[in-house]
Ligand binder design. Sequence first.
Ligand code: FES
Length: 569
Amino acid sequence: MERPNGNPLRSREWFDTPELYGWLREAAFMAQGHETESYRGKPIIGICNSWSELTHCNAHLRELAEAVKRGVWMSGGYPMEFPVMSLGEYNMRPTTMLYRNLMSMDVEESIKANPLDGVVLLGGCDKTTPALLMGAASADIPAILVTGGPQLKANWRGEELGSCTDCRRYEIELRAGRITEEDWSELQTCIVRSPGHCMVMGTASTMAAMAEAMGIALPGNATIPAVDSGRARLAEAAGRQIMRVVEQGLTPSKIMTRPAMENAIRTMHAIGGSTNAIVHLTAIAGRLGVDLPLSVFDDLSRTTPFILNLKPSGQYLMEDFQYAGGLAALLKEISPLLHADAMTVTGRSLGANIASAINYNPDVVKSLDAPLDPEGGLALLNGNLAPDGALIKPTAASPELLTHQGRAIVFEDHDDLAARIDDPNLDVHPDDVLVMRNSGPIGAPGMPEWGFLPLPKKILASGVRDMVRLSDARMSGTAFGTVVVHVTPESAKGGPLAAVQNGDTISLDVPNRRLELLVEDREIQRRLSESPPTKQPFERGYGWMFAQHILQADQGCDFDFLRKDFSAG
Ligand code: FES
């Protein structure tokens, strides 16, 4: 088979060679029952599967792979499923983010090293989707992403709940003494009802939505529930469609362009998406050599209304979003803001994909004329405390705290926080600012989702449920509150966060996008010159390599050598 551009199938290079290995590769296919005539001349489609029993969100991806295979078979291709590393958000310690880049390398090298003409990427849990897209971007052969879809809505004593926004909410109530240990145990049996990713607008939902808006996933992918039969039909359709994508030579670099990424960013703001998505999209852009500075995210935030009424910033859950018409309904609402001509894996433009979309529930998907907020769901902060930026999710914050000055209460690291936060003698008031450092890419290491600092028990007991908190960590997309994260550069790299002392005044001004430490610059420099050097947490192996090559949050926390502009020379 030849593609329209005249290029022969990539996979034939592995077989059409006089070397012994050409013969052996056919023998290896025969060993699995594949007759040479069955696949000769057909595109071989890899199904890159991050299924794992250690990743509960991706536990159903083997079944979805079978649906993809059906689609490939019926369209004249030859499917070959292969495993890649899987990153289970709950199980992996210290954090899946430590391994996102490793998984992306597995994806890239597995694709590049094998006789594949196209690939369908199967993921779902928070880091698996960006790792798949990063790896596929670097490999740059035709690809379609199929995510596992959101879990069914949770229900506890008649109340609809979302994982894990409501786990966090009820944990606060447990710490405040408003629910019992028995209640908490009962809730545990109800909160995750099915395979699939967290069903609030957390990182997994955000990345699935942005991927669909970017055109690298089929329409419908973002919202069809994991166990809905529509999910298998979508996977089958992806198996059929990847054949056309191969035929047309539509590689990820032709889909994930700057305009497509701007569509994804608009979408992220309109849905009140996760702060993590900024790190992931920045990393994907770096793999493709797309110039995407952090300022673009903030510029688009100011002109993109927040219109999706989903937890943690709103009321509903992903299943409701599906019934309201799915992402296409939302994209149609914000279509005046989008690059409608951006090409997608359907072979049509984004505008064509959403032309017939209908919004069936205006209480879930609002309109540009009557948004939940006139600006987007994320804001980029700058100032002497974050020279290279910091993030906050204003839609999930307390409006009265978005402009705030308070006294710093400093925790050296996560262990220090755990040891002292509930100390009855801790000198802390509701209008203080809780500060944690050594939680960034190098300091933690891996930049865990520790940014949702718990409130001291004595503050909770007084009825207060939010305070300003800031750190160089990340925050789960399912979390909420007035939480400033991704303070860059991180403290372990000599960022000004390392200079903050107990009692200093910190000023947060979200409307003006400022984050300031109200201390003389000379004094900040003096403190920094006296701060102790960072200890290297790993003496060998992957962790050691991670510490040598990890970039800061403003560059997507990718490894320097994986960016397209890297030069070994
Ligand atoms: Fe996998 Fe939330 S734990 S998406």
